[in-house]
Design a protein around this ligand. Structure first.
Ligand code: G3P
Ligand code: MG
Length: 382
């Protein structure tokens, strides 16, 4: 079962979803001493840098080695995660706080970051944004003018969630209305698209309301109509947090929604899944790393000999880097989804030398050690 799919029953597949205009790079100061670095690093977050909100594998110390004594970035790196739910600026300050190193919003490449590219397409059309955190704030940050969270949207329809009275966490709690809308306007305006920005929290309500939107051309409670567009930020079946075994991810939610929708509706569900291992995600990360590498000079384009992807999920991180091809080099850690002794049978991390070792390490600390050693060995050969 391949776990990323661009399900296109019509012309959706050919669009370019790359992330061309990320936040400005001005506050991503690369230290003067790092002259045109020949390599860069992309770190996965869940299972490599953090477990839940706790650093793992010596990540704070490992990352500190990538800065010079003045705190400026010595080695271009970014976080390439299928996670999300907060605007890049907020997530960057959260990471700075958790890891004790200065992280700029420019270094935060989240699963929903490419949604920025779709803002103009929807102009003032109504779209709903689902998931944990602040999905509507994330989308309005990208330039979406008429976006409402699924939480708020559902609150405008009485009795749309028959289980609401049984949800202790909801009873008596006022839904946080991020926008001043009249109920009349919302229930009469057609939803043009639904974005699953981050991992949904209330699956039963979200599946119910999404089916109501997607079956009726965007007008819950009205007659059957053409399906509005549906976008998922990632398609991860599972991922690693603090609990000893993997937790269900957005991909599991997609499977639940799709199988229920396809049972109650004549036409199968159509959707687009973003996130790793999609190749464009790695192309975007390379472009952002190039901008970081040239952030302290106007030396135009930059060429990397090696880009390291440090990940914990063979099917997502390693497979993505391998599919993206050169200059990507994949390193697999054992602090997350992958816990095996040797390499992953189906999606093996890159080998240094066929007969000796493949690059599976216990922790991100070991991964950074391997990268710095390998790169300084290369330099001494020059
Ligand atoms: O929800 C996030 C999870 O699916 C994986 O995150 O950082 O391991 O790509 P990450
Ligand atoms: Mg991970």
């Amino acid at each position: 079962m391949n776990n990323f799919r661009i399900i296109a029953r019509n012309s959706l597949r050919r669009r370019d979803y790359s992330l061309r205009s990320p936040p400005s790079r001005s506050f991503c100061n690369l230290s003067q001493e790092s002259n045109r670095p020949s390599y860069g690093i992309a770190f996965d977050i869940d299972g490599v840098i953090l477990l839940g909100s706790s650093p793992v594998g010596g990540s704070p110390g490992a990352l500190r080695r990538l800065y010079d004594d003045s705190g400026a970035l010595k080695i271009p790196f970014l976080f390439l995660t299928n996670g999300g739910g907060l605007p890049e600026s907020e997530r960057a300050s959260e990471m700075t706080h958790l890891l004790g190193v200065p992280v700029s919003p420019f270094q935060m490449v989240q699963a929903h970051s490419p949604f920025r590219k779709l803002a103009n397409r929807f102009g003032n059309e109504l779209v709903v944004a689902a998931g944990k955190g602040e999905p509507a704030a994330v989308m309005s940050n990208y330039g979406f003018k008429n976006v409402v969270s699924l939480d708020e949207y559902a609150s405008y329809f009485d009795n749309i969630d028959p289980l609401a009275p049984y949800k202790k966490w909801m009873t008596g709690q006022e839904v946080h209305k991020e926008t001043s809308r009249s109920r009349e306007n919302v229930v009469s305006e057609r939803v043009q698209a639904a974005f699953i920005v981050s991992d949904p929290v209330d699956w039963s309500r979200d599946i119910q309301v999404l089916c109501d939107i997607l079956r009726t051309g965007g007008l819950p409670g009205k007659e059957i109509g053409p399906q509005p567009l549906l976008y998922f930020a990632n398609d991860d079946l599972d991922y690693q947090t603090k609990f000893p075994t993997e937790r269900l991810g957005m991909g599991a939610f997609r499977i639940a929604l799709e199988s229920i929708f396809n049972r109650i509706h004549d036409n199968p569900l159509e959707y687009i899944s973003f996130g790793k291992p999609n190749p464009f995600v790695f192309k975007d990360a390379e472009d952002v790393l190039k901008e970081i590498a040239t952030s302290h000079s106007n030396q135009g384009s930059h060429h990397f000999k090696t880009l390291y992807m440090v990940g914990d999920n063979p099917k997502i991180d390693i497979r993505g880097a391998r599919q993206a091809g050169s200059p990507w080099f994949s390193i697999l850690t054992r602090t997350g989804v992958f816990k095996g002794k040797d390499n992953h049978p189906e999606f093996p991390a890159d080998l240094v030398r066929i007969d000796i070792i493949s690059y599976v390490v216990d922790t991100v600390e070991e991964a950074v050690d391997f990268i710095l050693t390998r790169e300084s060995a290369k330099r001494s050969l020059i």
